[in-house]
Design a protein around this ligand. Structure first.
Ligand code: C2G
Length: 710
């Protein structure tokens, strides 16, 4: 490797302690060795500061500068340039990553040019780090089209001669947070004629997994960004008369208007707040630039240019409707949404209407069912609508609507109250008058929503998943909690700060009110289960990574049912109860009279009541079953994978759960044989577990919830 002069790598840092080690190590690890690393701590937290100080102490080529108040990326980078002693300047963000040859490749190709750029890849880093393969490096020259390199509006992965920066007094804006790079890059590009671009010199930019709690700059609030963008556009247009730069800025402005501003203006009050600035921006557009755009954009921009807010609002409203209609005509589903959005949600809300749903319309079950049955008795004057995938017999004969049908949307819009035990569709519009009671459906063992590091469900990207989840939880007015442990997790994982109803679960009321011989016999008879036989219930959860397609999960049964029947067939029967996400069919036809597949039976609570032993794994069912104080076996044959790579747990199962963790079917069989001994062994642990997770319930949770909401 040839030494072609020193590079100053400037890394501004603000609270990126999770990513920092990886980032700095990747710079230290560069094959191009003549570098100095300038770290600017923009007033980060203690943990971050500690990491930075350690790096600075351990490496002679790292210098650390600290700001004692937060000044922003722009100020930090300017300070870095000011301190740099290298011939070249290169910026890295403190959550990003460089493969080891990036700087070497850039240096080999910059030659006499003032700057060079490599390619930027955006990634979650969930497939590990990529490396650059050795090979032929293709240099592509950017001339007239040089502004294409600025599509991401960022200085990242440009290697620039320091002399050039000084000559043209390039600096970042210190008054702007999001687009501060443009102040540096626009004049930089005005002053170069040619820039080589090397595809193989890669810079990996991290897509943050938590857009809510740990957002990157680009994931932050729109209202701040829009104001800033307009401001920067106007300043740059006024400062530089260069044709190519002007054309670039105009194009960026029109794209930004279309992509971001239009959706920002959905709230009419936002039009009031930025209209003047927006009008001013349109007066700076080059003559004729708008001619190449479509009618709708032309009309809006011309109206803005004329400066009459009233007529802009009218045009905006009309176009918004047309856009919705255009979307709506794309498919039957979209048409329903169009009607919902543009008509149903404009109708008055009915005060006495309650819409209910359980497990996304899959069943008449869970807490929603018990809340409903309580309300039916105590609030007979309210009108109830159940959202169901298929029509069922429901007490009180309420109206049933097929989930996601036109009448579902109609009742969704008209009902004042919504009660559900899981997420509603993303596009549900909550109006001011709506009251949304969310019961949720289990004490969490597996990490939930905001607490999940990576989301491994098929067809789901972590950022989108969390953002959608966040949008959902912000609609909840009330959330039911089964125990103090869950309250704490729910607040954090659901970003929930409204009313937590700490009542225990309505779905578990029957475990107190109907736990008697007469009732148990009745349920057994209804299910066709021999009354004299004892019952084992096998109720495992689903696996995020085993599926046929999105939402349809696989399950392969690891219990040896034939052996079980041979051993216990005289005394027991077994109920197989798969999670509602599992689409695999259990074939138990050859085990008639011993194995019963009740996966589609609506209410698992009734199955708890009639069973003498529960076998489960990581499903929240064991928290509920524990209310009965009956023995539980944990068939956790894949615990390492499940805990470590799929979900992560909130606590150590081995230490806390009130039964043994078993890994083979034989161990399960042995445990059933010795079930009395196991119960004795786990007695004390069970009591502690019950105290922690079950002590709020006493059979009155439905009443407590309803008293709170109504
Ligand atoms: N369930 C069921 N049958 C199963 C598994 C679960 O009927 N074989 C029901 C139970 O009511 C259980 C609920 O679905 O409490 C949630 O199931 P989990 O297996 O815990 O999994 P999940 O749907 O991912 O929800 O906070 C709880 C979590 O969100 C878990």
């Amino acid at each position: 490797m040839i030494d072609r002069g020193k590079i100053s790598v400037i890394i501004p840092v603000h609270n990126t302690e999770v990513f920092l080690n990886q980032c700095i190590a990747s710079v230290l690890n560069q094959t191009y060795k003549n570098i100095e690393i300038i770290l600017i701590n923009d007033n980060s937290n203690h943990e971050c500061k500690k990491i930075l100080e350690k790096f600075a102490k351990d490496h002679d080529n790292i210098q650390l500068f600290q700001f004692d108040e937060q000044k922003g990326v722009g100020a930090a980078r300017n300070y870095g340039v000011h301190k740099a002693t290298g011939k070249y300047i290169y910026f890295v963000d403190s959550d990003d990553y460089l493969p080891e040859r990036t700087l070497e490749i850039l240096m080999d190709n910059i030659k006499d040019f003032d700057m060079i750029r490599g390619s930027i890849k955006t990634t979650h880093f969930d497939r590990g780090m990529a490396v650059i393969l050795p090979g032929l490096f293709n240099t592509k020259m950017y001339n007239e089209n040089k502004y294409n390199l600025l599509k991401s509006k960022s200085v990242l992965n440009f290697l620039i001669k320091k002399e050039f920066i000084e000559k043209h007094h390039l600096s970042f804006s210190e008054n702007h947070t999001f687009y501060s790079d443009l102040f540096f890059m626009v004049p930089a590009l005005i002053n170069v004629h040619q820039i080589p671009y090397i595809k193989e010199a890669v810079y990996f930019r991290r897509l943050r997994n938590d857009p809510i709690r740990n957002p990157s700059l680009s994931q932050m609030d729109k209202s701040l960004k829009v104001g800033e963008f307009l401001d920067i556009y106007k300043q740059l247009k006024r400062n530089y008369s260069d044709d190519l730069a002007g054309a670039y800025l105009d194009k960026e402005f029109l794209n930004y208007y279309r992509k971001t501003i239009v959706s920002y203006l959905k709230e009419p009050e936002n039009i009031d707040s930025i209209f003047d600035s927006l009008h001013e921006a349109t007066t700076l557009l080059n003559k004729g630039v708008i001619n190449n755009y479509d009618y709708v954009l032309k009309k809006e921009i011309n109206t803005l240019y004329n400066g009459n807010k009233g007529s802009y609002k009218r045009v905006d409203k009309r176009h918004r409707f047309l856009r919705e209609l255009k979307q709506g005509l794309r498919s039957k589903t979209k048409f329903k949404l169009f009607i919902y959005k543009c008509f149903f949600t404009k109708l008055p809300i009915k005060e006495d209407l309650v819409l209910l749903e359980s497990f996304q319309g899959r069943s008449y079950s869970d807490s929603t069912k018990y809340i409903y049955e309580y309300m039916l008795e105590h609030y007979p004057n309210k009108k109830y609508v159940w959202s169901m995938n298929e029509k069922r017999e429901i007490p009180g004969n309420p109206k049933q609507v097929k989930r996601l049908s036109l009448s579902y949307y109609y009742y969704l819009a008209k009902s004042k109250y919504w009660i559900s035990n899981s997420r509603m569709p993303n596009h549900v519009i909550k109006r001011k008058e709506n009251i949304y009671l969310q019961t949720w459906h289990g004490t969490p063992l597996k990490r939930l929503a905001g607490d999940m590091e990576e989301v491994h469900m098929p067809g789901t990207n972590s950022v989108k998943y969390k953002r959608n989840f966040f949008n959902e939880t912000q609609k909840w007015d009330y959330l039911v909690s089964p125990n103090a442990y869950s309250s704490e997790i729910f607040k954090r994982a659901f970003w929930f700060d409204k009313k937590m109803i700490e009542s225990g679960y309505p779905r578990n009321d029957i475990l107190y009110t109907r736990n008697d011989e007469e009732n148990i016999t009745k349920i057994k008879k209804e299910l066709g289960i021999p009354v004299e036989k004892k019952v084992i219930l096998y109720a495992p959860t689903w696996r995020d990574d085993e599926y046929y397609e999105k939402g349809k999960y696989k399950f392969s049964l690891k219990l040896d049912l034939d052996k079980m029947r041979d051993k216990f067939g005289d005394e027991y029967v077994i109920i197989l109860r798969m999670h509602y996400f599992v689409a695999s069919q259990m074939d138990v036809s050859h085990l008639e009279g011993f194995a019963y597949d009740l996966s589609s039976y609506s209410d698992i609570g009734e199955l708890y009541l009639i069973s003498d032993i529960l076998i489960t794994d990581y499903s929240s069912v064991f928290f509920d079953y524990a209310h009965l104080k009956r023995p539980i076996l944990f068939f956790t044959y894949d615990i390492d994978k499940y805990r470590d790579s799929l979900r992560g747990f909130y606590f150590d199962m081995e230490k806390e759960v009130p039964g043994p963790l078993l890994t083979t079917s034989n161990e399960v069989l042995q445990s059933i044989e010795n079930i009395n001994e196991i119960s004795l062994d786990y007695k004390e642990k069970y009591e502690g577990f019950y105290e922690k997770f079950c002590s709020w319930d006493d059979g009155n949770a439905s009443k407590k919830v309803i008293d709170e909401v109504f």
